[in-house]
Design a protein around this ligand. Sequence first.
Ligand code: A3P
Length: 322
Amino acid sequence: EQVIQNNLTEEVKNLLSSLPKESGWMISDHLYQYQNFWYPAIHLQALLNIQRNFQALDTDLVLVTNPKCGTTWLKALCFAIVNRFHFDNPKQYHPLLTNNPHILVPFLENLYMIDQNPDLSCLSFNATRLLSTHIPHASLPDSIKDSKCKLVYLCRDPKDTFISFWHFNNKLRKDMEHGSLEEAFEKFCEGVVEFGPFWDNVLGYWKMSLESPERVLFLKYEEMKKEPKTHLMKLAVFLGSPFSAEEEKDGVPEEILNLCSFDNLSNLEVNKTGKMPMAGFEFSVFFRRGEVGDHVNHLTPEMIERLDKITEQKFLDSGLKF
Ligand code: A3P
């Protein structure tokens, strides 16, 4: 918390004192509500820097998620699709074999957390910059909204997302006190979660995907797990790099799916022992089970019913279902 305080500008410190504040159930002790969404102080600092200084390019690809919705997988898949002509023999060498996907496709929030205007020139292996963020649609910088850059939004059943978040935070907190699952659940239901409310984050991008399907591809984790190849092909088309008939014949899509699979990534040395720079936690925290429906092992039937009701109500007029 002290390190975070030291990296905040006076402007943000002043802003924080005027914002609604809640005690966090996660790694950050407190969350602040800004433009209707909840952030830890350091991410709020990053958001202001991004809103002010980030210049999107029409060729940028921005991967957007609520935390714990499958960001790591999406980053790996998109990186492998976009850069496949540079590394066309993935069995021999591929950056994903020696780098965690979060290093290859960094979060804007992490880039702008400490540095108000970081140098982004090292971001791409080719003309396309691959970036990611959890920032809700309403708070995106104008530079992204006004450009022609493409966005991929990946969402996930909120029940599994919550459980994934719960485990993730417990791992990050290590021997610190974990709080109760019930308390955390209550906060999640109230919308108090990093970059949440969960549903509002989803809805912003869902609406944009309906209005501008050429700019936003909206995906669901569950559907990707069920039909990975169909979704990989869809992603490649959307990203402007469809698989040719010859690539299909050669099994390139299958090769990418295997490279990016939970089993392959989670067993790589880098992901077993490597650490996230600055934050210092192990990459292994991004890999737990990678399955659909694990919430039934942790939530009571009452909790499931409550979360399903909230989701139904929030998505009522949107046409979006889980
Ligand atoms: P679980 O905790 O349910 O296992 P994020 O990447 O957004 O932080 O999301 C993490 C979730 O995605 C975790 O879910 C994690 O296990 C799962 N995940 C990580 N890598 C994956 C992959 N290659 N394929 C499918 N799921 C993956």
